[in-house]
Design a protein around this ligand. Structure first.
Ligand code: SF4
Length: 258
């Protein structure tokens, strides 16, 4: 075992990002994070790091779901963003929008409206389900791809102008710690919900997925899918109410009903 992985295992210094941090220094997202987060927002970085270490020391790493505040309880409204990994997109039959991108033909072509005819891949797609839950509750919705895009589309606006104050995210367990630090820097409430299978479990597979190479279909456990539904689905179940949205950059943003 390399010494940095050993540090992570022992949580040396209340930190579980030794190995990820070391490997990230040679990558563009690592330098962008260093520049934007550490150099340009040192106060938020120091606060986020303090909270992160406190959480790790309190035993957070052993929990199935990372959650703090309203992110886990109730997540409606435009200050909430719901983010899902692109690897939830179906492979067979495939997503008509392609895989490693922020696109969803189903929403972009407004196929959620009555009578819209969806592709075979969309019928059982969990991204469609979570998008309906999020957008019908007036939340932002984001199909997450690379670390760099997530930094630019999600963390930077949250950090700089508090655009997002709560987030509910479906992602691989391996990404929890690198994801948590910027969430804490941005002072967001959050729920990080893991994939049950098909997910990245080490740096090598994570890095491949970060450049869009991901041939396995991620799947969420039923009780975690229910978590999304409870937080974002229409009260009492049933069909979502009419809703509007537009895509701004890579993010689907709530808008007056269209
Ligand atoms: S609903 Fe799923 S399969 Fe259909 S376009 Fe959107 S992401 Fe792709």
């Amino acid at each position: 075992m390399n010494p940095f992985a050993w540090f992570d295992q022992r949580q040396v210094g209340g930190f579980r990002l030794w190995d990820f941090g070391r490997r990230s220094l040679g990558r563009e997202y690592g330098w962008v994070f260093l520049w934007h987060a550490v150099m340009r927002h040192p106060v938020q970085f120091a606060r986020g790091l303090r909270q992160y270490r406190r959480l790790i020391k309190s035993g957070l790493a052993g929990r199935e779901v990372y959650a703090h505040g309203e992110g886990l309880k109730w997540g409606r409204g435009a200050e909430t963003i719901v983010g899902v990994g692109f690897c939830l997109k179906p492979i067979d039959p495939p997503c008509p929008s392609g895989r490693a991108n922020h696109d969803c033909q189903y929403f972009e072509q407004r196929l959620h409206r009555a009578g819209g005819r969806m592709a075979a891949g969309c019928a059982r797609c969990k991204i469609r389900q979570h998008g309906l839950e999020a957008l019908s509750q007036g939340c932002h919705f984001y199909i997450m791809t690379s670390a760099l895009d997530i930094w630019r589309d999600l963390f930077l606006p949250a950090l700089q102008d508090r655009r997002f104050r709560r987030g509910v995210f479906a992602l691989c367990r391996y990404s929890f710690d690198p994801f948590l630090l910027p969430l804490l820097m941005a002072n967001m409430e959050y729920a990080l919900i893991p994939f049950a299978s098909g997910d990245c479990r080490d740096y090598e597979t994570w890095l491949q997925a970060d450049v869009g190479i991901k041939d396995t279909q991620t799947v969420m456990a039923d009780h975690h899918l229910a978590m999304f539904q409870q937080r974002l689905g229409p009260p009492g179940g049933g069909s979502p109410p009419p809703f509007g949205f537009r895509k701004i950059g890579n993010v689907f943003a709530p808008a007056p009903s269209d």
